[in-house]
Design a protein around this ligand. Structure first.
Ligand code: ZN
Length: 400
């Protein structure tokens, strides 16, 4: 239950900025946030632990490590959120509202205002590539996984984490923080360590942060014994089988649905088509197709009942990488029924009829994963900065 009191003894930080460690040389920045959901404090435990260990390695570090705490009021209350989900209010219209001087109402809007100012400053710093790691835990058990939106830069960062990687989840969520940070050009990764109350989630999160520190190039693997231990820890916790999956279904949930997940599902458990997974006020909720279940909702608060994922073949990932280096994008815009969108270089408006003969998979391959109805069109959006960073990239030093 989300209203359950904080399960670990943890001093909730007073401010969003927990601390910052600057290395001796200029370099990339790794910004790490935990506790964006107030009932997920274990990521904060890990972050504080890594932060204190990292001080001893400062002399060998390049660039900056920044530790942030998410929803402070909700963390104190031990609830996912108080008024609204802090990880679902980073849509364009929300950001527009932030830029006006109207006072924010509601606990999360106030938290957002502070985080927005802080992130804006951090992401405006001129030196080096920016990496962003967002730590979460879930109400269901199961092996850890990484979430990222499908840009090649994000893929290149994520591939060094020996955990299952989820493609296309971030694009199905409305207004997650990673969306905003990614739109500013940072390389982003969300990391789900395990169950909210499981002490192992702390170790897994700490391991992911160490892997992030070396992969981002703040430390070399040789200078950081925690890196190898971290890799081993993530490997031990990893799910056997293919490491990359694609989300193909999301079951949205509203409070009025009275959604109740059936007991006993864990992340990546296979389910059959028409298998009863949950119930709501309409009756049984069945799986619309077969797949692996992800993040079945075992808490009261949350807008996603469950997701279904399927394995992606590395062959198709290779094909899509190749395609994105070709000018296919421009050719697509010449086809009938496909229109460019003014002031939005990463968006395409597509007539539904066109989608009958052009497959959705083609848009996915080219990185257009976000899909929204826009009048008589379907608007596809892809992540900006797919291949090139807007930051002056500093040479990552990587010794493996
Ligand atoms: Zn979360």
């Amino acid at each position: 239950m989300t209203s359950r009191a904080n399960p670990v003894r943890l001093k909730i930080p007073q401010e969003h900025l927990i601390g910052r460690i600057d290395g001796l040389h200029e370099g990339p920045a790794l910004i790490c946030i935990a506790g964006l959901h107030g009932n997920e404090p274990l990521g904060l435990n890990a972050l504080l632990q890594v932060f204190s260990d990292l001080r001893h390695l400062q002399q060998r570090m390049s660039g900056s490590f920044v530790a942030l705490a998410g929803n402070l009021a909700a963390l104190r209350a031990g609830q996912r959120f108080l008024d609204e989900d802090l990880n679902r209010i980073w849509k364009e219209e929300d950001l527009e509202r932030l830029k006006t001087s109207a006072p924010s109402s509601g606990s999360e809007r106030r938290e957002q205002e502070q985080l927005f100012g802080l992130l804006d400053r951090l992401l405006s710093e001129p030196n080096g590539e920016k990496y962003f790691l967002d730590l979460h835990t879930s109400s269901a058990a199961g092996s850890p996984f990484a979430i990222f939106s499908d840009s090649l830069r994000n893929r290149d960062f994520a591939r060094w984490f020996p955990s299952t990687k989820i493609l296309g989840l971030e694009e199905l969520l409305d207004g997650p923080l990673l969306d905003y940070v990614g739109s500013r050009g940072a390389v982003t990764l969300g990391f789900e360590a395990g169950q909210h109350e499981d002490p192992q989630s702390v170790e897994i999160h700490a391991a992911a942060i160490w892997v992030g520190l070396v992969t981002a190039g703040l430390l070399s693997a040789g200078d950081c014994p925690q890196y190898k231990n971290g890799l081993r820890r993530l490997l031990r916790a990893a799910r056997p089988g293919p490491r990359i999956v694609d989300v193909h279904y999301r079951h949205p949930v509203r409070v009025s649905d009275q959604f109740r997940m059936m007991a006993g599902f864990s992340n990546f458990q296979p389910v059959k088509r028409d298998q009863v997974l949950a119930g709501d006020f309409r009756g049984p909720v069945k799986a619309p197709r077969e797949g692996l279940i992800l993040m079945p909702l075992y808490q009261e608060q949350g807008q996603d009942g469950f997701f279904l994922v399927r394995t992606v073949s590395p062959f198709w990932l290779g094909v899509s990488r190749l395609l994105r280096h070709l000018p296919l994008d421009y050719l697509l815009r010449l086809l009938p029924g496909i229109h460019t969108v003014a002031k939005r270089p990463h968006a395409l408006d597509v007539k539904p009829q066109t989608l009958r003969w052009l497959t959705l998979d083609l848009f996915h391959l080219l990185g257009y994963r976000k899909r929204r109805r826009n009048g008589s069109f379907i608007r596809f959006t892809k992540r900006g900065f797919d291949l090139k960073s807007p930051f002056q990239p500093s040479k990552p030093k990587r010794e493996r």
